[in-house]
Design a protein around this ligand. Structure first.
Ligand code: NI
Length: 254
């Protein structure tokens, strides 16, 4: 997601009914705290996209999907996420963008973060620097042509780049903290169970939206974790919530 709206992550149930006044009070307390921090720091306290109002003590998690888009699975996933009003992050394969441009546009329109997973799923630690750079910039160009300029975070295939080249890609890089190896078993029940066992607030969950089983897993995980009080945010939002400013160079895991 580029130039997305300011964060507004409030449980819809809290905006109506008996708890409305309390929720509003919490918002004002947050706002006052932000203003106070601003005064103390000379204006450097706001997260990157500014204006965030985040209730304290909430549980946030980021669902991430690699290797798409793929017609037949990605669209089914987008339907399910929209029904649940959930935002996720998609790391796309560049050469699959043109044939699925409608799906990519829809991702952006529906508030998902879109990232780069190289042009051809090339390992970036086994090729010359020029070839690695081309895998990334070619995908960036395809995304910019379709969606406009923005910062498209990079998830290197297999989570690897050649040591020493981390800062060369010019964008934040992010791996994951929960990997249920959905591509291996392709078993919805088993993968869902693995995620629910290891997830914790702040987790970045890795799935692949090219498998029907993983799409079903994702939606089951959303339903189960929402029932536990979790909120789903993009990776970018997860960083903003924690006041973490993403830098070029580190490969973040959470
Ligand atoms: Ni991949």
């Amino acid at each position: 997601m580029k130039n997305g709206p300011a964060l507004r992550i409030l449980d819809p149930n809290e905006q109506e009914g008996a708890s409305c006044a309390m929720a509003k009070k919490g918002v004002w307390i947050c706002l006052l705290a932000v203003l106070a921090a601003l005064c103390l720091s000379g204006g450097e306290a706001l997260p990157a996209d500014g204006g965030a109002v985040i209730p304290a003590g909430e549980k946030y998690v980021a669902l991430t999907f690699d290797d798409g888009p793929r017609r037949g699975t990605t669209d089914r996933l987008l339907d399910g996420l929209r029904q649940r009003d959930v935002a996720a992050t998609f790391f796309l394969i560049g050469q699959q963008i043109e044939d699925n441009a409608d799906l990519v546009t829809r991702m952006a329109e529906e508030g998902h973060q879109i990232g780069n997973h190289t042009w051809s799923h090339q390992r970036l630690d086994g090729v010359l620097p020029d070839a690695a750079a081309q895998e990334v910039t070619r995908t960036e160009a395809a995304l910019e042509a379709l969606l406009g300029g923005g910062e498209y975070w990079l998830r290197p295939p297999y989570g690897q780049v050649t040591p020493g080249t981390e800062a060369d890609f010019g964008v934040p890089m992010v791996k994951w903290s929960v990997d249920p190896r959905d591509w291996e078993s392709r078993d919805t029940g088993k993968v869902t169970q693995a995620i629910l066992e290891y997830v914790k607030p702040g987790s970045i969950i890795l799935l692949h939206d090219i498998y029907p089983s993983s799409v079903e897993t994702a939606l089951q995980v959303v339903d189960a974790l929402m029932a536990q009080g979790y909120h789903f945010v993009t990776v970018e939002q997860l960083f903003a919530i924690r006041g973490k400013i993403p830098e070029n160079g580190p490969i973040y895991r959470q």
